[in-house]
Every structure is written in structure tokens, then in C-alpha cells.
Design a protein around this ligand. Structure first.
Ligand code: CO
Length: 218
């Protein structure tokens, strides 16, 4: 049987490195975590949350799934969001999509892949909502990029509509939502501009971000 000893060795080397730079690092972290950010991103191995924003362990609370989808009946995602907002009191929730997303591509192509087709149906719902706009684009690459962006905007809106965020805003808790997209080919994130920290700003940010995506490409 093949073992994963190389990964264990990597781990030992990593922990030693951290320890030598900051001897009390793990002891301090073990006592408590107080991240200011919740990252909701894609499971894609090329989009590692902490590395992209250069944050250390303890600084970023993370939920990842295929195509960074936020579904109102997904207890897993909702539990992460609820714990992050109510208990950890994060101040920012970032939904981070990425160009070249295999989940978005599969949703576009509609080729059967198994159980995951049901999950990707949520991305297809977003595509259906913008069917006319996506069909007006010159090529498939453009349509796929725009759908990656539109999916982020839709999922930020879903985060905003949860009872968790609605309740936090109603009691005056500072909480801002953001939609970002990450480029696999240059390692850079772009802010899609939906920034929302209240129900009123959500509507304005949502409309502006949609207009920027669907208007700029026309
Ligand atoms: Co992806």
C-alpha cells in the first residue's frame, strides 16, 4: 500500500519552519481563533484561500464547495456562515469565484457527470436568468467568464438573503459582503463591486455589479 509519508514529512518541515520564525505561534493559536473574514470559495485546488490573500492560520474562516455556491437549504454552508457571523463575529464575508471554473464550465456544457449535476443546477439557474446576455457574447470563453462573474454576484445575493445576515444587519452588527473573482492565469483577484453592508446598499451594489458585467461586455 502506498503511504502518504511525504505529506507527513512536509507537515513536519512546515511546523518546524513556523516554530523557528515564531516560537509561540501554535500555542497562541491553540488558545483561540479570531478571524475577521469568512471566505466562501471554490474547492478547486488552484484557488487556495489563505495563500491568495497571504493570511496566516487563524486569520481566515473558510468554506469551499464546487463553484462557490450558496444554497439556502445547505446546512453545511449555513452553519459555517452562522458560526462565523454569530460566534466569531467576522466583519467581512467574501464570495470568491474564479475564471476557468470547472463547475461553471460543466454547468455551461450540461454534459452529465453524475450526482454533481444536481449541485451545478444552481449555476445553471444563474445562467438561465442571463440567457439572452450570455447568448449575445462572441464566444464561449467570454460567456464562461461572464457566467463565473454572474455566479459570484448571485451567490453574494444569496448570502445577503439568509436569516443570518438579515438578523445581523437588523441588530446593527457591522458586516460587509463582497464578491471577488480570481484569475488562475495571473494570481490576481478583482473586486466585482457588489460591496453590501446593509439591505439598502445590497440592492444598489447588486444592480451596479450586474450592470458592470452585462454592460461592459456589450
Ligand atoms: Co471552480
Amino acid at each position: 500500500m502506498s503511504t502518504l509519508s511525504h505529506l507527513i514529512e512536509n507537515n513536519r518541515r512546515w511546523a518546524q519552519g513556523v516554530n523557528s520564525r515564531q516560537p509561540d505561534f501554535f500555542r497562541r493559536l491553540a488558545a483561540q481563533q479570531s478571524p475577521r473574514y469568512l471566505w466562501i470559495g471554490c474547492s478547486d485546488s488552484r484557488v487556495p484561500a489563505n495563500e491568495i490573500v497571504d493570511l496566516l492560520p487563524g486569520e481566515l474562516f473558510v468554506h469551499r464547495n464546487v463553484a462557490n455556491v450558496v444554497v439556502h437549504t445547505d446546512l453545511n454552508c449555513l452553519s459555517v456562515l452562522q458560526y462565523a457571523v454569530d460566534v466569531l463575529r467576522v466583519e467581512h464575508v467574501l464570495v470568491v469565484g474564479h475564471y476557468g471554473c470547472g463547475g461553471v464550465r460543466a454547468a455551461r456544457q450540461g454534459r452529465p457527470l453524475g450526482l454533481i449535476d444536481n449541485w451545478l443546477r444552481h449555476v445553471q439557474d444563474v445562467a438561465d436568468r442571463h440567457r439572452g446576455f450570455l447568448a449575445s457574447l462572441q464566444d464561449e470563453a467570454q460567456a464562461e467568464d461572464r457566467l463565473c462573474e454572474l455566479n459570484v454576484i448571485a451567490q453574494v445575493h444569496h448570502v445577503a438573503r439568509t436569516t443570518i445576515v438579515q438578523d445581523a444587519w437588523a441588530r446593527g452588527q457591522p458586516l460587509a459582503l463582497h464578491g471577488w473573482i480570481y484569475g488562475l492565469s495571473d494570481g490576481l483577484v478583482q473586486d466585482l463591486g457588489i460591496d453590501a453592508d446593509s439591505p439598502a446598499r445590497l440592492q444598489a451594489g447588486y444592480a451596479n455589479a450586474l450592470a458592470r458585467i452585462t454592460g461592459a461586455a456589450r
